[in-house]
Design a protein around this ligand. Structure first.
Ligand SMILES: Nc1nc2c(ncn2[C@@H]2O[C@H](COP(=O)(O)OP(=O)(O)OP(=O)(O)O)[C@@H](O)[C@H]2O)c(=O)[nH]1
Length: 391
């Protein structure tokens, strides 16, 4: 059984390590790989009981097992985006290792050591399960629920194990502890295997969420990309039309952006695009809006539920914020303005048509001197024009 545990530990450690090479964006995997290797080393030392000094086998072996559990806890907390408070786990580890040492050398008692081992494993597994079931974010909830249940079962298994009677003849030798204790070790191998699979599927779902997010996000600004705003904008527009709500859309294009690139360089241009996206996030002030980088220096913002006046007000806030803030790049201060067009959906308007209407309005802002806001043609023409164009 010791050999089976050891082989399983090595196989899991090697498997997780090779996964880490492929999924190198998943930082939490490194923590779990370390925890699995440490657990495997702990099991190996305990298994070598008759070949190495007791202090290495019993004390260090158990100390490594509890250290591995602390690292697993750290990984789960990181996975859930929660801070780790080290004090309690470390205190528990010290008390546990001290108790093991006491029941090995002070008052030798194999039964007490097995009980302490079961209780610490139970405490950690129940803590993992609680965290996963209680704090999962919605987009990774499915894997957290499955893993939470697996680890809960693992924790309950260790609770039951703490009541399993030991062969009184066993003295201090775990290998003679009797069939019921041996059976719990076999079941323990299976539940540990299940918990490794649970960790794996946590990582897999997180990876899928990250990939889905990357596929809909513009890498430079973190806003939605063009295909995502079209898909999500269409859905939002349909929902508003079904509920009889209005829906405003603004499109804006930075003014003379080519000159920024030519004068300060392409990296400075990128810094300006990031600055614009930051100003956009602060200025829009509308619930559930969708914002995107639609093309090179062109942005689209959808405002579900907004009327034309509300869309124009948001556009003017943004225009003003941009015109009165400079992007910073390498100690340089780069001025930037935008020309904005706003359109509002009529019943039956399609999203692409709304974008075209807003686009026409935006070009009117351009031809009227830039750094301004215009409403789509059938909505009253140009409404605002700031006089402080930077060029
Ligand atoms: N730095 C940087 N530049 C980009 C990016 N995407 C597009 N551009 C540049 O954006 C510039 C757009 O230039 P134009 O279409 O002439 O527009 P403009 O200079 O803003 O002039 P107006 O729109 O008429 O005010 C081009 O020089 C593109 O190379 C990007 O991701 N980063």
């Amino acid at each position: 059984m010791t050999i089976v545990s050891l082989l399983m530990g090595i196989a899991a450690s090697v498997g997780f390590t090779s996964l880490m090479a492929v999924m190198n964006t998943q930082k939490v995997l490194r923590i779990w790989v370390a925890s699995i290797w440490i657990n495997t080393l702990g099991i190996t030392l305990i298994g070598l009981r008759n070949h190495i000094p007791d202090v290495l086998s019993i004390v260090l072996g158990n100390g490594l097992l509890v250290t591995g559990n602390i690292l697993t806890l750290r990984g789960i907390k990181q996975h859930l985006g929660r801070p780790m408070r080290w004090r309690w786990p470390i205190l528990l580890a010290l008390v546990y290792t001290g108790a093991i040492a006491w029941f090995a050398f002070g008052t030798p008692n194999l039964g007490a050591r097995l009980l302490a081992g079961s209780l610490q494993a139970m405490a950690f597994n129940l803590a993992y399960a609680y965290l996963l079931l209680r704090y999962a974010e919605p987009d990774i909830r499915k894997s957290c629920r499955i893993a939470g249940v697996v680890l809960l079962v693992n924790g309950l298994f260790y609770l039951v194990r703490s009541f399993v009677p030991m062969n009184p003849e066993a003295s201090q030798n775990l290998m003679l502890a009797g069939v019921p204790v041996a059976a719990t070790y076999v079941i323990g191998i299976l539940t540990t295997l299940a918990s490794y699979f649970a960790l794996l599927q946590l990582i897999t779902e997180r990876l899928m969420v990250d990939l889905r997010r990357a596929a809909r996000t513009d890498g430079l600004t973190g806003l939605l990309n063009r295909s995502a705003i079209v898909a999500e904008g269409r859905e939002a527009l349909e929902r508003c039309q079904e509920r009889g709500q209005s829906f405003a859309l603004m499109i804006f294009d930075l003014d003379y952006f080519k000159q920024i690139n030519d004068r300060w360089g392409h990296d400075a241009g990128d810094a300006v695009l990031r600055h614009v996206s930051q100003q956009l996030r602060e200025a829009i002030q509308w619930p559930h809006y969708l914002s995107s980088r639609y093309g090179g220096e062109e942005f689209v913002v959808a405002l579900p539920g907004a009327t034309l006046d509300q869309g124009l007000a948001a556009a003017e806030r943004l225009r003003h914020a941009l015109a009165h803030s400079h992007a910073r790049f390498s100690n340089q201060s780069i001025p930037v303005t935008a020309s904005i067009g706003v359109a509002v959906a009529r019943s039956g308007t399609r999203f692409e048509h709304l974008v075209r209407q807003a686009d026409h309005a935006m070009y009117r802002s351009k031809s009227d001197g830039r750094n301004g806001v215009s409403a789509a043609d059938d909505l009253g023409g140009r409404l605002a024009q700031a006089g402080d164009s930077r060029c």
